[in-house]
Ligand binder design. Structure first.
Ligand code: ZN
Length: 323
């Protein structure tokens, strides 16, 4: 007996899922081709110490080396914004690089991470939808008619393989985003980070410190304070995080929202870019975690009259006068 309404329902859902998969893939490719998040190349004739660090002056804190300079890429001859990584396939540094994906068509990075997650999500849904009805009707056909059409068997086998592949990619990538790690960072998980923070002084304190403005102290007063440095008249403190301190963990929901979007509808529609690509906040390239703020607040307590600009900005935003 023909099951017309079942057939119409199945074909409609199949087409809708296929359209979602196609649109998310097109959006992913569009961003990979137009805005993959590459870091500009530097001049190979200019030495590292002469390369401009002006880009970092707008931030109150940034990831650095032991001496308070931003991280440098020898292959791109330029300083790297926080969480950037050199991609071997592209031979370029990429903002918040996750991985290079030949299946999806290019680099998965800060700008493309959201659309990649949507692509593998709809890929998993579509292949799951292929797998379930085809398996059901294949079993029915084998039972009633007794034949085993090879095209149906191939469809079940291929959809089973791809549902495992895309489903695993979806859950792994979404988990990483929920704990605010890229795939590259999960490999380096547990490591330490050096974070350089801009300090400010009261007028009185500024006068008394004038004689020591060229100081580059290397004494470690606290386990997480590496040194103080002065660059272009600005005073910085170089901190070092403890192993497993996460500099950018904001909690699962906020972590997911920073990539997928603030509204739930944005999580499913492949249109708006991730909020984390804006880089408009002077506190840093990405929002800092409590672990980082705690380090800075502890330093302020030990250094009366001096301020970490990051903490002042945090207090302004949250309307707090003290801790
Ligand atoms: Zn590079």
């Amino acid at each position: 007996m023909p099951r017309r309404s079942t057939a119409i329902g199945l074909i409609t859902v199949y087409c809708l899922l296929l359209i979602c998969l196609f649109l998310s893939w097109m959006r992913l490719l569009h961003v990979i081709w137009t805005n993959p998040g590459l870091i500009p190349l530097g001049d190979p004739n200019i030495e590292k110490q002469d390369t401009s660090v002006r880009y970092f002056d707008k931030y109150s804190a940034y990831i650095s080396d032991y001496e308070g300079r931003p991280q440098f890429c020898d292959k791109c001859h330029n300083y790297k914004p926080d969480r950037s990584h050199h991609c071997r396939e592209l031979n370029r540094c990429v903002r918040r690089m996750d991985h290079y994906c030949p299946w999806a068509g290019g680099i998965i990075s800060e700008t493309t991470h959201k659309f990649f997650i949507q692509f593998v999500f709809y890929g998993a849904l579509w292949t799951l939808f292929l797998l379930i009805p085809t398996s059901y009707y294949l079993a029915e056909r084998m039972r009633i008619v007794g034949d085993k059409p090879s095209t149906w068997i191939a469809c079940v086998a291929l959809s089973a393989i791809f549902v495992v592949f895309t489903g695993t990619m979806f859950f792994m990538t979404t988990w990483n985003v929920s704990i605010n790690y890229s795939t590259v960072e999960t490999v380096q998980r547990g490591g330490i980070n050096n974070i350089t923070m801009l300090t400010t002084r009261s007028h009185r304190d500024r006068r008394s410190s004038r004689a020591s403005t060229t100081r580059a102290s290397t004494t470690r007063e606290k386990p997480n304070v590496l040194r103080e440095v002065v660059r272009d008249g600005r005073e910085y403190v170089v901190f070092q995080t403890q192993p497993f301190d996460h500099p950018w963990d904001l909690g699962n929901k906020a972590n997911l929202q920073s990539v997928m979007g603030e509204r739930v509808i944005d999580w499913f529609i492949p249109l708006k870019m991730s909020p984390c690509v804006r880089h408009e906040d002077s506190m840093g390239e990405f929002a800092w975690s409590d672990a980082v703020l705690d380090m800075a607040r502890d330093w302020e307590k030990d250094n009366p009259g001096r301020r970490i600009r990051l903490v002042s900005e945090w207090r302004e935003r949250s309307g707090r006068s003290g801790r």
